[in-house]
Design a protein around this ligand. Structure first.
Ligand code: HEM
Ligand SMILES: Cc1cc2nc3c(=O)[nH]c(=O)nc-3n(C[C@H](O)[C@H](O)[C@H](O)COP(=O)(O)O)c2cc1C
Length: 549
């Protein structure tokens, strides 16, 4: 056992101890390995770092520390005198408003009023106003000079629609209902995996999934979440039960665009499918750790397992390294600042990311998961799409990890075109999800027309959560979904006779349904390649016959 007096003596690069959850860790040897940089650990040296740690990591991450660095426990008799590393000296926003995003009208230092967010890109400046530079850099950064992220953003602009008029059945009513990996889905978009949501908002992943449940939007939970998968799933299921009127009415009666719902708990006649959560897996070196994680995810009730394959190691996150170096310099640590330039090698050294995987590993991964869909996330070529099919996957995600991994990686739409051209059989037999740079519900339609099942969106949800908490996430998705499920019967009948209004909303859902109508579609079954002109992307697509040029 260690007294507080003893612990406070160890706050320097030559001896750095941290207290996390009542245990004392000697992280001196880990300083150079810590992917978040040495400076952030040194800032908490000799203190209780639990509060800051929880904003960024789940306790699961401690298993990647070398075994001998846990020294023992803090002496409970002295724990009260241990300095608490507070948000004011770590992952903190410069306004002294540490990741506190509950206020929507924070004059001067907060985000603009939520009503300013009309489109997804509006959430980024709102979040920038409240997130710490570290947290903002974590979410906004991409690999190297940012080419892959820029290509993602621009790819959607290079496909245009070919609208048709007066379709059979008209467009007074349009449904965006679909299915994702065998589960019904109210919309063909989902919130993609992001680690460390505790850096966006105190409520972390729990806050995100509650809002997704209320909006009927599927979500993908990251392995490197700040809260445990069980805790997140419990909150998600609890929210769904409340929506159905069976449980805690309080949450179900939350605010929708500033208007309280009736919270009456009456099920709709034509129920939209409830949201589902899927689990994203990074595979560590130790297979038993991976199998344990997979089994936990299965037992917790995640709908499918998505194995991320584009991350054998971490890409070069230039801006993050710059910030870590600045942070170390500001603390008078020039040696640590220089080391920050080398990036996050401990992911591999620490065994958190397995760089030795091959397609053969899918066998034990699928066995550990048992029944249910297995998806490979990060496919970037037609050849690998074909291999995923041959290895028994149920789905693939065409993704370059939001441009955060390989420099100049292909955008998902171009990979989709490659698959359409060189292995079209994949499209009928695998679910093809795409992500990267999609910032408009209308763009979701383009991917569907080209054969995708659904589109993943990541950064805007982090920004929305960061700036406005759950309300921001709801607004990102927004639709009348929530109201549609729990209104009173009389109110419901009113809506049924006003079908044009059923999917009125603000951001993704509105943009999607509105544009379905504008291009002459009343159901997603009508999404087909002749609805879009993708020639600009086709012209630049890789072709094997020209590959030697
Ligand atoms: C001592 C136990 C710790 C371990 C084993 C650990 C491990 C890691 C790992 C593996 C990562 C890579 C990203 C991820 O997988 O989530 C990471 C990133 C990071 N960690 Fe820690 N960490 C520890 C303590 C802390 C503490 C106390 C803080 C500060 C409060 C912190 C702040 C960060 C930050 C800011 C990042 C950068 C994330 C990024 O930009 O991607 N860590 N850490
Ligand atoms: C902050 C952040 C964290 C991410 N964390 C993960 C992760 O833990 N696992 C994963 O498979 N992908 C992760 N991704 C990648 C996203 O799931 C997704 O592929 C990509 O970001 C989509 O592009 P977009 O952000 O432009 O919408 C992350 C992306 C961001 C921006």
């Amino acid at each position: 056992m260690f007294s507080a007096d003893e612990i406070t003596k160890h706050g320097t690069p030559s001896s750095c101890w941290l207290v996390i959850n009542g245990k004392v860790y000697d992280v001196t040897a880990y300083l150079d390995l810590h992917p978040g940089g040495a400076a952030i650990l040194l800032k908490q040296g000799g203190q209780d770092a639990t509060f800051e740690f929880r904003k960024i990591h789940s306790p699961d991450i401690l298993q990647f520390l070398p075994k001998d660095i846990c020294l023992g426990e803090v002496d409970p008799a002295t724990v009260a005198s241990l300095p608490l590393a507070s948000a004011s000296n770590a992952d903190t926003n410069p306004n002294g408003n540490p990741n506190s995003r509950t206020s929507t009208t924070n004059a001067g230092s907060g985000p603009p009023h939520i009503s300013h967010c009309i489109a997804l890109p509006d959430f980024e400046p709102a979040a920038k106003a409240v997130l710490s530079p570290n947290a903002y850099s974590y979410v906004s950064s991409s690999a190297n000079s940012g080419l892959a992220h820029a290509a993602n953003l621009s790819s959607w602009r290079r496909v245009s629609f070919r609208p048709r008029i007066w379709p059979q059945g008209g467009v007074a009513r349009a449904s965006a209902r679909t299915s994702i990996l065998g589960a019904g889905a109210a919309f063909p978009f989902y919130c993609s995996a992001m680690g460390q949501l505790g850096r966006a908002h105190d409520g972390g992943e729990v806050a995100l999934v509650r809002a997704l449940a209320r909006r009927g939007v599927h979500g993908l939970l990251s392995t490197v979440s700040t809260q445990s998968m069980e805790e997140v799933m419990e909150a998600f299921e609890g929210e769904k039960r409340a929506l159905e009127g069976g449980g805690d009415e309080g949450k179900g009666a939350s605010v929708n665009e500033g208007k309280p719902s009736t919270g009456a708990g009456v099920a709709a006649a034509e129920e939209l499918p409830p949201a589902q959560l899927h689990f994203q897996l990074y595979i560590p070196n130790d297979r038993s750790v991976a199998v344990d994680t997979i089994r936990r995810a299965k037992a917790a009730g995640f709908r499918s397992l998505w194995v991320t394959v584009d991350t054998p190691t971490i890409g070069k996150r230039t801006i993050d390294r710059r910030i870590q170096a600045q942070e170390a310099l500001a603390m008078g640590l020039p040696v640590e600042a220089e080391k920050a330039g080398f990036g996050m090698r401990s992911h591999v050294d620490g065994g958190q990311l397995n760089a030795a995987l091959t397609w053969a590993d899918l066998v034990w991964i699928r066995e550990a998961w048992g029944d249910g869909p297995v998806v490979v996330k990060g496919v970037q070529s037609a050849e690998d799409a074909r291999l995923a099919l041959a290895h028994g996957c149920q789905g693939i995600v065409l993704s370059n990890h939001g441009g955060r991994q390989a420099h100049s990686a292909p955008d998902a739409l171009t990979t989709l075109l490659e698959i359409r051209t060189y292995c079209p059989e994949v499209l009928g037999r695998l679910e093809v999800l795409v992500d990267g740079g999609c910032r408009d519900g209308a763009d979701v339609l383009k991917a569907l027309c080209l054969g995708a099942t659904a589109v993943g969106i990541a950064r805007p949800f982090f920004y929305a959560l960061g700036a406005y908490g759950e309300k921001g996430v709801e607004r990102c998705c927004d639709s009348e979904y929530f109201r549609f499920r729990i209104v009173t019967l009389a109110f419901l009948l009113f809506w049924l006779f006003m079908p044009m209004l059923i999917l009125r909303g603000i951001v993704l859902a509105e943009e999607l349904v509105l544009n379905m109508k504008l291009i002459g579609m009343n159901s997603l079954d009508q999404a087909s390649p002749d609805r879009v002109n993708a020639m600009r992307l086709y012209n630049e697509m890789w072709r094997p016959e020209k590959g030697r040029l």
